[in-house]
Ligand binder design. Structure first.
Ligand SMILES: Cc1cc2nc3c(=O)[nH]c(=O)nc-3n(C[C@H](O)[C@H](O)[C@H](O)COP(=O)(O)OP(=O)(O)OC[C@H]3O[C@@H](n4cnc5c(N)ncnc54)[C@H](O)[C@@H]3O)c2cc1C
Length: 406
């Protein structure tokens, strides 16, 4: 990608900027969005903006127009997101509730009826999703999963247990991997990809409460859950290909690997350092701290430039290179480093949960310092990502299980 816009891109950018100016009241622009990406604007004030976004097909702008999107290509998406970021306005919730990831799969593997059933309602925010991949004993080594789906008259019957099923207690639908051929060799060949309603009889959801006292995770149990024939997405026993394609999207779109979000987190860190007094001056006067922050900025810029390179290839119809394999782990680890330095800047206040005592940043930092650990685990751990790079890019010998990378 040319770092400078072409005349066409410049016009596109101006149009997005003008739209934001017209549809987002000035007092709501520039609202601080938090260290990660809080709404920053109260829900009731955001509602009319959301409606305007839906009218334009901008809630998921990369969707084709016939499915309610705007048909933006990868480069247009970068400009679109940059402009929302620049204006300090929370943009469309691209990845919310798995919408973005599962939609990409439906575009590629879904039948027309499946697309009609799930894409538009998903886009309008009428349905939410959860992911049923991991099991006790099948996380990194996902291909060893044991949940089974047996063919019966009119559909399949699903039995077994999943774990870490994020937001299962709120989701309307689940996309789930199940073993449909018990004897397949290699194991990946006997897995299929299903979508079904979380209201289907036989599903039990048991909460797992995390360190931050939130209910995000669940164990989910499937006891003779009968799903229809058309719950199957893609071909029978070829679900591994579908599952992997979804994981690629999950890793590419991971919020913590988004250079704009990283850039914003660094800006927040800098303002905290600029406004914290130390030894008669400000923390930001400390040359060592500034050197470390500059290093973080350089790393975020490298990620941004490398992503531009991949996106340019995608927009030319080419396949992006091996660099995409490091986006998730590099971005998430960089995010952890940013939060660690911010935590240090906030000082002892950073261990307080809640904002009352030490001003509005403090509680948020403590929470993110805990939450950000999860970024290098979900969607494939950093160690497993490194295995992928060692095997596929560097040509080193296989190191055994870790089949999320196979
Ligand atoms: C915030 C969050 C949300 C999640 N949401 C969902 C969800 O909605 N649905 C879902 O299905 N799952 C979800 N998960 C689960 C996630 O996909 C798994 O936690 C992840 O794949 C790792 O699996 P595991 O926890 O079983 O760890 P394990 O696979 O047991 O790994 C344990 C440790 O061993 C290391 N390790 C494992 N194999 C290798 C190897 N071959 N080489 C080197 N090191 C290795 C790992 O890196 C890790 O450090 C979520 C996880 C998190 C943190």
């Amino acid at each position: 990608m040319n770092i400078n816009d072409t005349p066409e891109q410049a016009k596109f950018r101006r149009d997005i900027r003008a739209w934001i100016k017209k549809n987002v009241p000035a007092r709501l622009q520039g609202r601080r969005q938090g260290i990660v990406q809080g709404p920053g604007i109260p829900a009731e004030e955001y509602a009319p903006i959301r409606k305007a976004l839906i009218r334009e097909g901008w809630l998921a702008p990369s969707f084709p127009k016939e499915y309610g999107g705007a048909g933006f290509d990868a480069l247009q998406m970068i400009i679109f997101n940059e402009e929302f970021q620049r204006a300090g306005v929370p943009g469309p919730p691209g990845g919310t509730g798995g919408l973005n990831n599962v939609s990409q799969i439906l575009f590629k593997y879904g039948t027309e009826a499946q697309k009609q059933r799930w894409l538009l309602p998903g886009l309008k925010g009428e349905i939410t999703w959860c992911q049923g991949y991991s099991e006790p004993g099948a996380g990194s080594d996902l291909a060893s999963l044991k949940v089974r789906a047996d063919k019966v008259d009119g559909g399949y019957v699903i039995n077994g247990q999943k774990i870490w099923t994020s937001m299962a207690h709120k989701a309307d639908w689940i996309y789930l991997l199940a073993r449909t051929d018990q004897n397949a060799k290699p194991r990946q060949k006997g897995i299929s990809f299903f979508i079904f309603s979380m209201k289907t009889p036989g599903i039990t959801i048991r909460p797992i409460i995390t360190i931050d006292d939130h209910h995000h995770f669940n164990e989910t149990f499937y006891d003779n859950v009968k799903v229809p024939e058309d719950a199957l997405v893609g071909k029978l026993n070829e679900g591994w290909t579908v599952a992997k394609a979804l994981l690629v999207h999950e890793r590419l779109n991971h919020i913590a690997a988004n250079p704009q979000v990283l850039g914003e987190a660094i800006q927040n860190l800098k303002s905290a350092a600029r406004s914290t007094a130390q030894n008669g001056g400000m923390l930001w006067d400390d040359p060592d701290l500034r050197r470390r922050v500059v290093q973080l900025e350089m790393d975020a810029d490298s990620l941004r430039a490398t992503r531009y390179r991949s996106v340019t290839k995608i927009s030319r119809g080419e396949v992006p290179g091996d660099e995409t394999m490091v986006f998730k782990s590099f971005g998430c680890e960089l995010f952890q480093r940013i939060v660690a330095v911010h935590h240090e800047v906030v000082g002892p206040a950073g261990v307080i949960w809640g904002n009352d005592l030490f001003g509005e940043d403090a509680g948020e930092i403590a929470m993110h310092a805990c939450n950000i650990r999860a970024a290098t685990i979900r969607g494939g751990t950093s160690e497993v990502q490194r295995n992928v790079v060692s095997k596929r890019v560097l040509g080193l010998p296989d190191v055994g299980p870790g089949s999320r990378s196979d």
